[in-house]
Design a protein around this ligand. Structure first.
Ligand code: MTE
Length: 325
C-alpha cells in the first residue's frame, strides 16, 4: 500500500496494474503451496522454518557467477548470521519464524526529491526481478554461492531522485523485540545499521534482494528485503531493511561502531589485509552438501574484492585500502 508520495504521477498506471496481478498471483501460489502440503511439514523438518516457500514468477536470469555451483537451499538457510535471532549459526533458522515479512514498509528519507513510506509492493515491481548468482564472503572466512532474486539498488535509488547532497546511503533493520527475540538482549546496538557511499550503492552489482532460488526471501536470510554487496564482507549486506536514508556524512555501520579497529566502514574483501585476529587470505566454501560436513571443505584462496575487482576497481582509485579498510 502506498502511504505517502509527493506526486500521484510518480506511480505509472502500468505499475499499478502489474501490482494487482502480482498480488493475485502471490495469493494463488500461496494457496497452491498449502494444497500441495508444503506448509504441513512440522517446522523442525522445514529448514526455512517459514510456513510456505513461495516462488516468484518470471525471474530473469542474469549472467553472473554461473560457472559456480550454488550452495544448496538448506545450506543457505540453516547457516546464518542474523543476530536479531541469536548469535549462533543455527539460531536464525530456528527462531526467525516470529518475523512477519508481510505487510512490510520501508521509509525513504533524507536528501531526495521523493521521500515517504512505501510498502514492499510499491518498491518491488515483479517484472524487474532478476536472478544473480553471487559469492558471499563472510568476514569469518567462510563463503557461499547464492542465487539471489532482486532488483539493482541503483534502479530503486533513481526512482527517489537523490539530490547532490546525498553522498551516502544509510540502511536500517527493523527493531521489534517481539518479532526479533534476539533484540531482547544487547548483543549489538539495535537497530543494525549499514551504509554505502553513493557511487558504491549505484554500482550495477549492488542488489536489493527479495529472495533466493527463485523464491521469496526466507526469514533467516533477511525477509522480505535485504542488501547484497558481493565485493564486500557479508556483514555489509544488511537484512530486513525498514529505512533507506540519503545522507551527507558517512553513516554509522554496526560492526564498525562495535569494533572500529577490526571492521572498517568500507569492508571490501581483501586477502592482503588481515583481520587483526585472523588472516583473510583463505576461506572455506560452504557447499551445503553433506550437511555440516561442508564446513570442513578444504580452504580456497580468497580473491581481491571477492573476485569482482574488475567491476568495482574504479570506485577505489587513489584510495589507500589499508587506511580505508
Ligand atoms: N543484518 C542484520 N540485520 N543482522 C545481522 O546480524 N549479519 C550480517 C549480514 N546482515 C546480519 C545482517 C552478516 S555478519 C552476514 S555474514 C550476512 O548477513 C549473512 O547473510 P546470510 O545469513 O543470508 O548468509
Amino acid at each position: 500500500m502506498l502511504i505517502k508520495h509527493k506526486k500521484a504521477s510518480d506511480v505509472k498506471s502500468s505499475e499499478i496494474t502489474s501490482k494487482t496481478a502480482f498480488l493475485n498471483r502471490r495469493q494463488f501460489i500461496q494457496a497452491a503451496a498449502i494444497a500441495s502440503g508444503a506448509s504441513l511439514l512440522p517446522p523442525f523438518l522445514n529448514p526455512s522454518f517459514a510456513a510456505t516457500r513461495i516462488k516468484y514468477p518470471n525471474v530473469k536470469k542474469m549472467a553472473f557467477g554461473e560457472a559456480e555451483k550454488p550452495t544448496t537451499y538448506d545450506g543457505i538457510t540453516t547457516y546464518n548470521n542474523f543476530y536479531e535471532f541469536g548469535t549462533g549459526k543455527s539460531d536464525p533458522a530456528r527462531n526467525a519464524h516470529t518475523l512477519k515479512p508481510e505487510p512490510w514498509t520501508v521509509e525513504i528519507a533524507g536528501h531526495a526529491a521523493k521521500t515517504g513510506k512505501f510498502s514492499f509492493d510499491d518498491l518491488i515491481k515483479p517484472h524487474q526481478l532478476e536472478e544473480r548468482i553471487y559469492r558471499l564472503r563472510c568476514v569469518e572466512a567462510w563463503s557461499m554461492v547464492i542465487p539471489w532474486v532482486g532488483i539493482p539498488l541503483a534502479d530503486i535509488i533513481k526512482r527517489f531522485e537523490p539530490t547532490s547532497k546525498a553522498k551516502y546511503v544509510a540502511f536500517e533493520t527493523l527493531v521489534d523485540p517481539k518479532q526479533m527475540p534476539g533484540q531482547q538482549r544487547k548483543a549489538l546496538d539495535w537497530p543494525y545499521v549499514e551504509g554505502l557511499r553513493m557511487d558504491e550503492a549505484m554500482n550495477p552489482l549492488s542488489l536489493l534482494a527479495v529472495g533466493v532460488y527463485g523464491e521469496h526471501m526466507p526469514n533467516q536470510n533477511g525477509a522480505p528485503i535485504r542488501l547484497v554487496v558481493p565485493w564486500k564482507y557479508g556483514f555489509k549486506s544488511i537484512k530486513s531493511i525498514v529505512k533507506i536514508n540519503f545522507v551527507e556524512k558517512e553513516p554509522a555501520a554496526t560492526w564498525n561502531v562495535q569494533a572500529p579497529s577490526e571492521y572498517g566502514f568500507y569492508s571490501n574483501v581483501n586477502p592482503n589485509i588481515d583481520h587483526p585476529r585472523w588472516s583473510q587470505k583463505k576461506e572455506r566454501r560452504i557447499t551445503g552438501e553433506g550437511g555440516l560436513g561442508a564446513l570442513f571443505t578444504p580452504k580456497i584462496e580468497t580473491k581481491f574484492m571477492n573476485g569482482y575487482g574488475e567491476e568495482v576497481a574504479d570506485l577505489y582509485k587513489g584510495m589507500d585500502l589499508k587506511k580505508f579498510f
